[in-house]
Design a binder for this molecule. Structure first.
Ligand SMILES: NC(=O)c1ccc[n+]([C@@H]2O[C@H](COP(=O)([O-])OP(=O)(O)OC[C@H]3O[C@@H](n4cnc5c(N)ncnc54)[C@H](OP(=O)(O)O)[C@@H]3O)[C@@H](O)[C@H]2O)c1
Length: 228
């Protein structure tokens, strides 16, 4: 990858990743590699702090017209494409998906569409070309929905998996301060800041910290769990 190159690279403005154009089938190891290498490419480019656009090309990711051949495992590229642009403001990142269509005319058209995309400045995050049509993603409001009964209640009991981490602690503090609740925080090691624990309890909540490894299918590492 870029990090390993001995000579410093010049600033690159346009990077095109073709790897998701190759057939992947049900090779989940290869899909995992694609995911992590793409995330690493984003990190490496992001660390360079230079303006660049990363275009990830693929064949068979989006189900647009309902009849195109699909390769579901390739959808691993969509996460990094979305997150790279959010994490690194200097980087623009997008995914352009094509359908697997044979024939000289189709190939010629695909090359024209690709040239159009690469020459253009349109930064839609997710694009799919199907035949002569360019499809994009758009979010539209679905109208006002009636609010249901509040999910969080005074005196409720809540279990936060991974609750001893940064996000879990923030949610636990919100629950403890705004609701007098019973909160169960689980994590693999079950260690929790004693001062914060006292502060949550002082706000009127009962807080239990328990060990439970979510990746442990058999549940052998879960310590005794109270009813929630
Ligand atoms: N913090 C942010 O601003 C932010 C923003 C966006 C997304 N996120 C995502 O949100 C998630 C949580 O973020 P965080 O900042 O709270 O992370 P964190 O501080 O590292 O906390 C992770 C928590 O998960 C627990 N944990 C890890 N593996 C576990 C397992 N197999 N079973 C049970 N518990 C496990 C950890 O405790 P043990 O080590 O004891 O198991 C810890 O309590 C991460 O996926 C992160 O990428 C975070």
């Amino acid at each position: 990858m870029l990090e390993g190159s001995a000579a410093p690279l010049p600033d690159v403005a346009e990077i095109v990743d073709f790897r998701a154009c190759d057939p992947l089938g049900d090779n989940s190891a290869e899909a995992e590699r694609l995911l992590f290498e793409l995330a690493q490419l984003g990190r490496t480019l992001g660390a360079r702090d230079a303006r660049a656009r990363l275009t990830v090309l693929s064949i068979g990711v989006h189900d647009v017209i309902g009849s195109e051949p699909l390769e579901p495992l390739k959808s691993v590229i969509l996460g990094p494409v979305q997150v790279i642009a959010q994490e690194y403001p200097e980087l623009r990142c997008r995914s352009i998906d094509f359908a697997d269509q044979e024939g000289a005319t189709e190939e010629e058209r695909l090359l024209e569409q690709l040239a159009l995309e690469l020459a253009g400045e349109n930064d839609d995050a997710f694009i799919a070309w199907r035949g002569p049509h360019r499809w994009g993603q758009e979010f539209v409001p679905i109208g006002e929905s009636q609010p249901g009964p509040p999910r969080l209640q005074q005196g409720g009991a809540y279990l936060i998996a991974g609750g001893t981490g940064e996000v879990g602690r923030t949610i636990a503090q919100y629950l403890a301060v705004n609701f007098q609740t019973r909160i169960v925080l689980t994590s693999r090691f079950g260690s929790f800041d004693a001062t914060l624990l006292r502060r949550l309890e002082a706000a009127g909540s009962e807080v239990l910290v328990r060990r439970a490894d979510l990746a442990d299918e058999g549940g052998s590492t879960a310590s005794s769990m109270p009813p929630v």
